[in-house]
Design a protein around this ligand. Structure first.
Ligand SMILES: Cc1cc2nc3c(=O)[nH]c(=O)nc-3n(C[C@H](O)[C@H](O)[C@H](O)COP(=O)(O)O)c2cc1C
Length: 189
């Protein structure tokens, strides 16, 4: 065995979504967020497109993120949803926009870039779990809208794939639930 498998098993299996309502007010230092970003880039990606891009709203940046939302209220994103976001932001150390940036050549299908970004996010989540952080990947609100695209400075072919809310947990570590392996695998021999 090359690495300590029991620790990696524990980190993978104990990685849990913890919602911002369950965050404490303790702030995650920038150095730790940088450690998550550092591990993101080691994700597999087809043709070394390295399609991930993260925009980190931190400190005053979170206020800017909220201001953008307050200016973008519509029927679909209404004041009730805005209030919920505002409350969540109060306990959040950083809101990280998960983005996929396409290379102009578009040599590989878009789905492969999306897959790579998801792998990069998992690297961040596993690292965050090792630090005992709380995080949540949300795709509601304005995530997939042209307004968000514009706000993040993304080009037409790029995509916002969600928002990570990051903090420290104020609750007991949640228990996970998954179906056993025989439900999602089939051997052919
Ligand atoms: C691509 C993606 C989008 C998600 N979007 C949301 C969301 O909009 N709202 C939400 O409550 N959870 C969202 N989640 C988190 C899932 O609800 C969560 O991962 C799931 O409940 C399993 O829990 P676990 O992460 O603790 O294993 C998302 C997760 C992924 C991977």
């Amino acid at each position: 065995m090359k690495y300590n498998l029991s620790e990696i098993n524990e980190i993978i299996r104990n990685r849990r979504t913890i919602y911002p309502e369950q965050f404490s007010l303790r702030k995650v230092p920038k150095e730790i967020i940088n450690a998550l970003l550092e591990n993101a880039r080691w994700a597999p990606n087809h043709g070394l497109t390295q399609p991930w891009f993260f925009k980190i709203f931190y400190g005053e940046g979170i206020k800017k993120f909220i201001q953008f939302h307050s200016a973008s209220l519509t029927d679909k994103f209404d004041s009730q949803k805005f209030e919920k976001l505002k409350q969540r932001a109060e306990k959040t150390s950083a809101i990280i926009a998960i983005c996929m940036k396409r290379k102009p050549a578009e040599k590989f299908p878009e789905i492969e870039d999306v897959e790579s970004v998801a792998c990069a996010v998992q690297n961040m989540f596993l690292t965050a779990t090792a630090y005992g952080l709380a995080f949540y990947w949300g795709t509601g609100g304005l995530t997939y809208t042209p307004e968000m695209q514009n706000f993040l400075g993304l080009r037409e072919k790029d995509k916002c794939l969600g928002l990570i809310f990051l903090g420290y947990p104020a609750v007991e570590w949640p228990k996970g639930q998954r179906r056993p392996v025989e439900y999602y695998s089939e051997w052919v021999e």
